[in-house]
Design a protein around this ligand. Structure first.
Ligand code: 4AD
Ligand code: MG
Length: 477
């Protein structure tokens, strides 16, 4: 019989008709007369209940349309096992569920030994679940998070597609360090114990696969700019890699980034784009993920849904860095304690970002015009010669969710900055060519997909919003 997904089965009203569902057993309980199986197939957070009548002493096994099951045959239907269940759809008496299935046939696809199956009881800690990341998608929490992850990816592609952007694929293996922070993972086919060296003892990469030193990309932006200088509006959406040794709840060594790049826009339009895009994504979550959101709101964070609603209904604050520093210093004068200093020129720590967003303004902040020393080389220099046109978005509970900027389009100014930072020209000639041939004002940003996921799910740790997190000392699964 054709399988019906549980999400669909739960909405059926054709009582008395036969349906077939397949999935993983969440629990089985009952008594001597009847067994109740809660079945989940991942299509929805909701389980469907399968009711199996148990053959009583003296009764005969029959193959009528209302068969009973021996206790022995139900014994292997334990938590974690996978079954196919066929039966009549009946209106449910139990509270909270609309339909259930009165079983006529049960087939076991795979058993799960109750003594060793690690997901026995409900309420495992998130820390424990990280150790069994291969099985945690079967929990309610990770089912909800992973379905939402899919929906947010669809939101992103839909937004850009509907707004005339082209999905542009930038390389994952690269020879340039976009952010200039030196946090790259090298890519090599060389035998690391037997590296060829030149006469000065330097590694000779001419011998290596690409003939030069290469690494996994930290950002697709530089190539994205090349796309925007031809197609007008592009976006990337792919994995990025950073070897930053920061074991925090907001950093991954492998994360997904969305990077739109747009020709002919200026700072205000860039901020409009950042705000409009984020609101679209959050609205999408509210419109498409209600069941999962209700669950996460109930189990983890009862202000989640109201926080999402407040973000789409509020204007983001647009705040120059210098004013932000003034607010933070004022807070310090009024007795607020921060762990890290925040004088003009310092990179803000997440405690500072969160103070501004959560305590001072109570809404998202787009911070602009940062000191050039704390930002990457490609940002457009302001007339004051000290600040650059960065436009980071700071979010409640997250801190920095987007890093963006207007790009320096002047060849001379960009070249001067590359020189000043001693960035090797051999890595940059092709990027500079965009400024030599038909340069144009342009701007873009990068959204950390998992930071967005943290926001829309209310989860606290970035390791819990990606199926298989990569962090320092952790590449299991
Ligand atoms: O601020 P970042 O470093 O900006 C760039 O990479 C630019 N090239 C983007 C652009 O303008 N096209 O990173 C962008 C965003 C951050 O705001 C943050 O959300 C996320 O990427 N991010 C991380 N997310 C998870 N783990 C990490 N280690 C991250 N580092 C950055
Ligand atoms: Mg940043």
């Amino acid at each position: 019989m054709k399988r019906t997904e549980i999400k669909e089965a739960l909405s059926l009203t054709c009582y008395g008709e036969k349906v077939n569902v397949r999935g993983w057993v969440r629990s089985r309980r009952g008594n001597k007369q009847v067994s109740f199986i809660a079945l989940n197939d991942g299509s929805t957070i909701n389980n469907i209940q399968i009711v199996a009548d148990i053959l009583q002493e003296g009764e005969q096994l029959s193959d009528t349309d209302n068969p009973k099951f021996t206790e022995e045959s139900l014994r292997l239907i334990t938590t974690g096992s996978c079954i196919s269940a066929t039966g009549y759809l009946v209106e449910s008496m139990g509270k909270g569920q609309t339909v259930e299935i009165h079983a006529t046939e049960l087939e076991i696809y795979g058993t799960a030994d109750p003594l060793t199956y690690p997901l026995q009881k409900k309420g495992h800690t998130l820390e424990y679940l990280r150790e069994i990341a291969h099985l945690r998608p079967r929990t309610n929490t990770f089912g909800a998070v992973l379905r939402m992850r899919h929906h947010m990816a669809m939101a992103i592609h839909t937004y850009f597609h509907e707004h005339g952007y082209f999905y542009f694929h930038t390389p994952l293996i690269t020879a340039s360090d976009c952010e200039g922070a030196g946090q790259m993972f090298q890519v090599t086919t060389k035998n690391l114990y037997n590296l060829k060296r030149d006469k000065d003892g330097q590694i000779d990469y001419s011998d290596d696969f690409f003939g030069k030193m290469t690494a996994l990309t930290v950002s697709g932006q530089l190539e994205g700019e090349l796309g925007a200088m031809a197609l007008g509006k592009i976006y990337t959406f792919g994995p990025t890699f950073r070897a930053e040794n920061s074991n925090t709840p907001r950093h991954l060594a492998e994360f997904w980034m969305i990077e739109p790049e747009v020709a002919f826009i200026q700072k205000d339009e860039l901020m409009d784009l950042e705000e409009d895009f984020l609101k679209y994504c959050v609205r999408w979550a509210l419109n498409n993920c209600q069941d999962d959101l209700q669950f996460l709101n109930k189990m983890y964070d009862n202000s989640l849904i109201s926080r999402l609603e407040s973000v789409i209904n509020t204007d983001f604050v647009r705040l120059p860095y210098t004013e932000g520093i003034n607010i933070l210093q004022e807070a310090i004068r009024n007795g607020h304690k921060f762990e890290f200093p925040c004088n003009w020129g310092d990179d803000l720590a997440s405690e500072h970002e969160r103070y501004l967003v959560e305590e001072h303004f109570g809404k998202p902040v787009i911070m602009t015009d940062y000191p050039k020393e704390i930002k990457a080389f490609y940002m457009k220099l302001n007339d004051d010669q000290k600040t650059v046109q960065g436009t980071d978005v700071l979010f409640p509970a997250i801190g920095e969710i987007i890093g963006g900027s207007v790009r320096e389009e002047s060849y001379d100014k960009l070249m001067a900055e590359i020189d000043r930072r001693q960035i090797p020209m051999k890595d940059m000639w092709w990027y500079l060519d965009t400024r030599r041939f038909g340069s144009a004002p342009h701007a873009g940003f990068g959204l950390g997909f998992e930071r967005l996921m943290l926001f829309v799910t209310g989860m606290q740790n970035i390791r819990d919003v990606i199926p298989f997190p990569r962090t320092p000392k952790n590449a299991e699964f």
